[in-house]
Design a protein around this ligand. Structure first.
Ligand SMILES: NC(=O)c1ccc[n+]([C@@H]2O[C@H](COP(=O)([O-])OP(=O)(O)OC[C@H]3O[C@@H](n4cnc5c(N)ncnc54)[C@H](OP(=O)(O)O)[C@@H]3O)[C@@H](O)[C@H]2O)c1
Length: 239
């Protein structure tokens, strides 16, 4: 299999592990990165890195043009890029809320809508959205983030219904707590508190999220759409 795969936010953390997993399997992989330089080992693997901020529709369009010129239409899209801006409601500014929504939910809308063009033409496609256990369980101090991640579920399920007859699947992976920069920003006390709630009593490694994403994009998952797959060490107990 050598499909055209696009992973947003593929320069670090979970997105990087996902990009590596597809590249190792022989797919033609492109990543978007917003800042810095893409990891040299990924570029050495032949992965195409395109600069793109998903809050900017022009940059999304430009990124797709570059990817399509190099790899053809995107056949597998992994919408992974996301941010947190944690704050208790009392202190959460409207900007804290809208920035997170604009990146995590509307940014995902932008990249999915653009990918859909080629997928409709090809009458096939796989879309995997990276949500979070927090979108399903809620989390104090993360109302903006949880709302954005819960929104992805309704978004994916609506598109699963809208485009299922075109052989395009839309699924969601809901990771628990994963060892990346995002969670390294937490205090030791917060990290210990989280592990205490996880039945498997540890953080996930990014590769464990990548494995679920690869499965949803594989032929073995051809009849799965509109699903939310938790990869959370049991934290959400299947939710
Ligand atoms: N870590 C966890 O415990 C956890 C749990 C559940 C779900 N998730 C979700 O998994 C995804 C990846 O998380 P992570 O832990 O790997 O986070 P991370 O290490 O903070 O990486 C986030 C990635 O998203 C990119 N990004 C952020 N805003 C962007 C924008 N406006 N345009 C384009 N790219 C943007 C970042 O680019 P830059 O390098 O330029 O900043 C980076 O590549 C996120 O959607 C996150 O919500 C994470």
């Amino acid at each position: 299999m050598s499909r055209s795969v696009l992973v947003t936010g593929g320069n670090r953390g979970i997105g990087l592990a996902i990009a590596r997993a597809f590249a190792d399997a022989g797919d033609k992989v492109a990543i978007t990165y917003r800042s810095g330089e893409p990891p040299a080992d990924l570029v050495a693997l032949g992965v195409l890195a395109v600069r793109c901020d998903i809050t900017d529709a022009e940059q999304v369009e430009q990124a797709y043009k570059e990817v399509e010129a190099a790899h053809g239409n995107v056949e597998v899209l992994v919408a992974n890029a996301g941010i947190t801006r944690d704050q208790l409601l009392m202190r959460m500014s409207e900007e804290d809320f809208t920035t997170v929504l604009d990146t995590n939910l509307t940014g995902t809308f932008r990249v999915v809508k653009r990918a859909n063009r080629g997928m409709l033409r090809a009458r096939k496609g796989r879309v995997v959205l990276i949500s979070s256990v927090v979108g399903l369980l809620g989390q104090a101090g993360q109302a903006n983030y949880a709302a954005s991640k819960a929104g992805l579920v309704g978004f994916a399920r609506s598109l699963a219904r809208e485009l299922g007859s075109r052989n395009i699947t839309f699924n969601v992976v809901a990771p628990g707590f994963v060892d990346t920069d995002m969670t390294r920003a937490l205090t030791d006390e917060q990290r210990e508190g989280i592990v205490a709630q996880v039945p498997l009593a540890r953080y996930a490694q990014p590769e464990e999220i990548a494995a679920a994403v690869r499965f949803l994009a594989s032929d073995d998952a051809a009849y799965i759409t509109g699903a939310v797959i938790p990869v959370d060490g049991g934290l959400g107990m299947g939710h």
